[in-house]
Design a protein around this ligand. Structure first.
Ligand code: GLU
Length: 467
């Protein structure tokens, strides 16, 4: 079999949204699985709506997700001469024609047809005109589409789809100003880039029969098509900003990891038994376009959060430390001025569901000017607490080796000696070190903060709370 060639073809009229990212991911996965090529094409023929800012945002989103491409990015705006050439080719072959009908005439015909209960379709006035003199009259170029028979394809996701040719219009392929139209340029690009499989959103299903007829007219191979069902919000309406963030990069800013996003996106429509967790390499092996479901999927933020928590919990602390640093800086924390950030991350990654939570949870390690949780203080600080804390500090000072085991041993020994339960001293220590009642484990915190800082914080708490 010849090599599979796939493409992602975003229109740069906004950021990379969740649906586009999923389309890109499916294309990328199949290319990697089949050792084919993944091509990036920027569909910027709509000059008025396309912006460089959007191109940059799309590239940034793909880079963040780890979707690298083998060829491109190609820009349609660089290809205008090529499109012109192909328009001419179809004209020369008698497969396209110049249409001189004015916009007003067309509008009048459309209205008449509608009134008479007919289809608002081009009536073919110019379809069989004899060659016209080149007298500067404005014209569009229309594709001479077959008027009988049907056009069908075996969609890799949706099965056989068929359209009656009589339903399809003689598509305009070049406007009066000489610019080519959308369906035409997509076909020329897919054909000249030798795309073998087109995976795209199912909002393009209606374009496909028109595109197939163009491939046939150009006498080039028709690619396979896979139309991916839509993504819906919880209310079953098409996913939009109403449902929350739809920009992929907004999820990074909300503290999501790219691997969680990828894992979540692939599960929007694709399944593999009842497995939920997939790493990239795993996905490359297991993914197939035929296992993408036919029905729309519902975006579930809780599930994304669950996956994110999973990847943070199992993430490499060194990498997480790097990723959390900008979030800490946003919180006015410079991790260089405090305990080792990797050690800090290790104490937090078990419980943080997002990198924002991880950052919030890390702040107390670096800022010791926090307030104390009031209800926590009321519960943890009893009249006997200050003297217990003093005694504990003395023991800590004399601790020879400083490790999780030795700290734990110290607390056990201390409780036995004083005849108290850990619950009578632990919560006070926790508050003194972190200001909160929900923090990493006490021994872990002491280990990360070190003896000196632990003493400083306990003394600060005693001065403030230990009346
Ligand atoms: N540019 C189109 C879009 O962003 C995609 C066209 C295609 O994949 O054929 O929806």
């Amino acid at each position: 079999m010849s090599q599979i060639r796939l493409r992602f073809a975003p229109s740069p009229t906004g950021y990379l949204h969740v649906g586009g990212a999923r389309t890109a991911l499916f294309n990328w996965l199949l290319a990697r699985k089949e050792q084919g090529k993944f091509i990036l094409r920027i569909e910027d023929t709509d000059v008025a709506r396309s912006t460089q800012e959007s191109v940059d945002a799309i590239l940034e989103g793909m880079a963040w997700l780890g979707l690298d491409w083998d060829e491109g990015p190609f820009y349609q705006s660089d290809n205008f001469p090529l499109y012109k050439q192909y328009v001419q080719k179809l004209l020369d072959a008698g497969k396209a024609y110049k249409c001189y009908c004015s916009a007003e005439e067309l509008e009048a015909k459309r209205e008449k047809a509608m009134k008479e209960g007919g289809k608002p379709k081009y009536d073919g006035t110019c379809r069989n005109l004899p060659p016209q003199p080149d007298d500067g009259r404005p014209y569009v170029v229309r594709f001479k589409a077959p008027q009988e028979g049907s056009t069908s394809w075996n969609d890799l996701i949706k099965g056989t789809i068929s359209f009656e040719n009589a339903e399809l219009d003689d598509l305009i392929i070049q406007r009066t100003d000489g610019t080519p139209t959308y369906n035409f340029v997509v076909v020329i690009d897919d054909a000249t880039m030798n795309i073998t499989t087109v995976i795209r959103g199912d909002d393009h299903v209606n374009n496909t029969p028109r595109q197939i007829l163009l491939y046939e007219a150009l006498e080039v191979p028709v690619p396979s098509f896979a139309h991916v069902p839509m993504i819906l919000g919880a209310d079953k309406a098409r996913l939009s900003k109403r449902h929350g963030a739809t920009s992929v990069m907004a999820y990074r800013d909300m503290g999501f990891l790219p691997e969680a996003m990828v894992n979540y996106l692939v599960r929007l429509g694709w399944s593999y038994g009842d497995e939920e967790i997939f790493g990239l390499q795993d996905l490359i092996q297991k993914f197939s376009i035929e296992s993408v479901g036919r029905s729309a999927s519902v975006f579930n933020p809780d599930k994304l959060l669950w996956l994110n928590a999973h990847y943070i919990k199992n993430g490499d602390p060194v990498r997480l430390a790097g990723l959390v640093t900008p979030f800490l800086k946003d919180r006015g924390v410079d991790p260089a001025g405090g305990p080792d950030l990797v050690a800090v991350v290790k104490t937090l990654q078990e419980r943080a569901k997002t990198m924002l939570e991880l950052a919030d949870g890390a702040v107390f390690y670096y800022k010791d000017d926090f307030d104390y949780d009031e209800s926590g203080v009321a519960k943890a600080f009893k009249p006997e607490t200050p003297s217990l804390l003093e005694a504990l500090l003395a023991k800590l000072d004399s601790l020879e080796s400083f490790s999780m085991e030795s700290i734990e041993g110290l607390f056990k020994g201390f409780c036995e000696e004083k005849g108290i339960k850990l619950g009578q001293i632990g919560p006070a220590v926790r508050l003194a070190l972190s200001g909160t009642t929900a923090s990493p484990g006490i021994y872990e915190m002491i280990l990360v903060l070190g003896k000196g800082e632990t003493r400083k914080r306990v003394e600060r708490a005693l001065a403030r709370l230990g009346k």
